[in-house]
Design a protein around this ligand. Structure first.
Ligand SMILES: Cc1cc2nc3c(=O)[nH]c(=O)nc-3n(C[C@H](O)[C@H](O)[C@H](O)COP(=O)(O)OP(=O)(O)OC[C@H]3O[C@@H](n4cnc5c(N)ncnc54)[C@H](O)[C@@H]3O)c2cc1C
Length: 501
């Protein structure tokens, strides 16, 4: 059975690997000249800049996702770095009892607990509760039975789910608690401000922090040396070893449907590729409304498309710098208040700067030099996409203005930046959109709502359309590499059951 896969991001590549393993004959069609999609890095003047991976769940043995990654990669050959802190935040208004204004979110839970209890003994009860949640999460394989979809689980396996009851109890207690609500429970002003700023001022479910912490502590939320492109290349290599074929520079414009059945892909140059089955792993909105012309929808899909069910995950502006300087003792991921708020032309006001210092990946810069990236999230990606189309000069001017302002701020904070600056590179939501086609440049698909366990609103198929399937970062709110791996794995198993057994 011949399967055409649209998109050579990590979704398309991992799906292709699984389908090849299950005996399907697949081809991937990717519009860029390299694999990986959002999981990208690029070189400028001897420096490597990275669009994606800060950490991936399942980097260490013993976790459920490690089992999945290991089905496709030799995980032992990937060198992962586990950081001492996930994030360090310089607070604006409060100091701890030692006069420090930097909050450190340690990845070692014992150390984190000791640190929190020391700086905020009055919040002992709340701190202990969070630690109990993390410790409970660590006792269970998350997600449970990662290697088998429910249809393949035995009765015995299903029965074992009873053991998850203490986890479910903890989960239910925390299911709707956000960082802001938790902050309101705290009495210590330093800790209160730190929790308010965990997501740079956004209100997000606290599980989005505690869940990775459970993995970090187990050394299973590491960063792969070599960065995103190197990581994605590994899947492309594996896919080809399994007999798959990747066609680069093949921009799919349409899925050709006859009698309610997906028959072929049409490319921007007018050529066609026929198949028995088509699977899209690219942007959900493009797939449904452009490639399929909006013909296979229902009211649930319409609600999703009008953003009534979920919001888009913000897009991002990235100012990347190549600096001829080592940042040996600097935190790798740091947020600090700007000297004055910066009003972006897209209307977003930035009060803090988030900086990522790649002082732990020697492959990113020549010796003695460092790649540094500043990220600015925006919910108005459309502004940058439209502006790049309508007024390229103004678009370039806005990019330069952002870079100049933020380089100034970084120079004030760290010193010696401007004097050692060798390369500047600015990516905007227009860059993300142009490169990957993601809706409004969304960085990770849908923004997760409060119910993190909610079923995905994006199904694997579309009403009235046969021999067509969908998977990708839009299949699970929050996206991310482990999610797309799991979604590819599950879809491949479903197809194996349907067509091969
Ligand atoms: C700033 C940022 C930070 C992130 N940090 C992390 C992190 O730390 N950890 C983590 O796990 N995840 C992270 N992610 C998320 C992760 O990178 C994505 O969720 C994941 O890479 C999405 O993979 P995908 O294959 O589903 O989608 P995509 O990467 O979007 O892949 C889609 C592919 O389809 C191709 N395509 C699109 N349209 C067409 C067409 N018409 N014809 C042919 N090909 C087409 C695109 O070129 C692309 O290659 C981050 C993302 C961003 C942007």
């Amino acid at each position: 059975m011949k399967v055409n896969i649209i998109g050579g991001g990590v979704s398309g590549l991992t799906l292709g690997c699984y389908l090849q393993m299950y005996g399907f004959r697949t081809e991937i069609f990717e519009k860029n000249k390299v694999p990986g999609g959002l999981c990208a890095s690029w070189k400028r003047g001897g420096y490597t800049f990275d669009a994606s991976i800060h950490w991936i769940l399942g980097s260490g043995e013993g976790s459920a996702f490690y089992k999945l990654w290991s089905q496709l990669l030799d995980m032992k050959s990937v060198e992962f770095v586990t950081h001492e802190t996930c994030l360090e935040i310089e607070l604006k208004n409060s100091q701890d009892k030692y006069g420090n204004n930097i909050f450190r979110l340690y990845t070692d839970i014992c150390r984190l607990e000791k640190y929190l209890l020391d700086i905020a003994p009055e919040d002992r009860r709340s701190i202990k509760r969070v630690v109990t949640l993390i410790r409970t999460m660590q006792k269970y394989e998350m997600p449970p039975m990662v290697c088998e979809i429910p249809e393949l689980q035995t009765f015995r396996q299903k029965l074992k789910m009873v053991r998850y009851l203490p986890f479910v109890w903890q989960y239910l207690k925390w299911a709707s608690v956000t960082n802001m609500q938790f902050a309101r429970r705290l009495r210590n002003p330093f800790l209160k401000e730190a929790f308010e700023l965990l997501f740079d001022g956004e209100e997000v479910n606290l599980l989005v922090t505690t869940m990775p912490l459970a993995f970090y502590d187990k050394k299973s939320a590491g960063y792969p040396i070599g960065g995103s492109a190197r990581f994605a290349d590994r899947f492309a290599d594996r896919y080809m070893q399994l007999g798959g074929k990747i066609n680069y520079n093949r921009d799919v414009s349409r899925v050709i449907v006859e009698n309610g059945r997906a028959m072929a892909l049409e490319f921007s140059d007018g050529s066609l590729a026929e198949s028995d089955m088509t699977i899209s792993t690219v942007d959900w909105h493009f797939t449904v409304y452009k490639a399929l012309g909006g013909e296979f929808i229902n009211s649930s899909i319409e609600k999703l498309a009008s953003l009534k069910v979920l919001q888009l995950y913000p897009s991002v502006l990235m100012v990347s710098l190549g600096v001829a300087k080592t940042f040996k003792d600097f935190p790798h991921f740091f947020r600090f208040p700007l000297s004055r708020p910066y009003l972006s032309p897209d209307g977003t006001v930035y009060e803090r700067l988030e900086v990522h210092i790649y002082n732990y990946d020697p492959t990113f810069a020549p010796e003695g030099k460092t790649s540094v990236t500043m990220s600015f999230f925006t919910r108005n990606g459309a502004f940058w996409i439209d502006l790049r189309n309508s007024d390229r000069e103004l678009y370039d001017r806005y990019k330069s203005d952002l870079a100049a302002n933020m380089i100034d701020e970084l120079d004030k904070k760290f010193g010696d930046i401007k004097a050692n600056l060798e390369v500047t590179d600015v990516a905007t939501p227009a860059t993300y959109h142009r490169y990957t086609g993601n809706w409004q440049g969304s960085a990770q698909g849908w923004f997760p709502g409060n119910n993190l366990m909610a079923q995905s609103p994006v199904g694997i198929d579309l009403p009235g359309l046969k021999e067509f399937y969908y998977t990708g970062q839009w299949s699970m709110p929050g996206g991310g590499l482990p999610s797309v791996l799991k979604a590819s794995h599950d879809l491949a198993q479903k197809l194996m059951l349907k067509y091969k057994s």
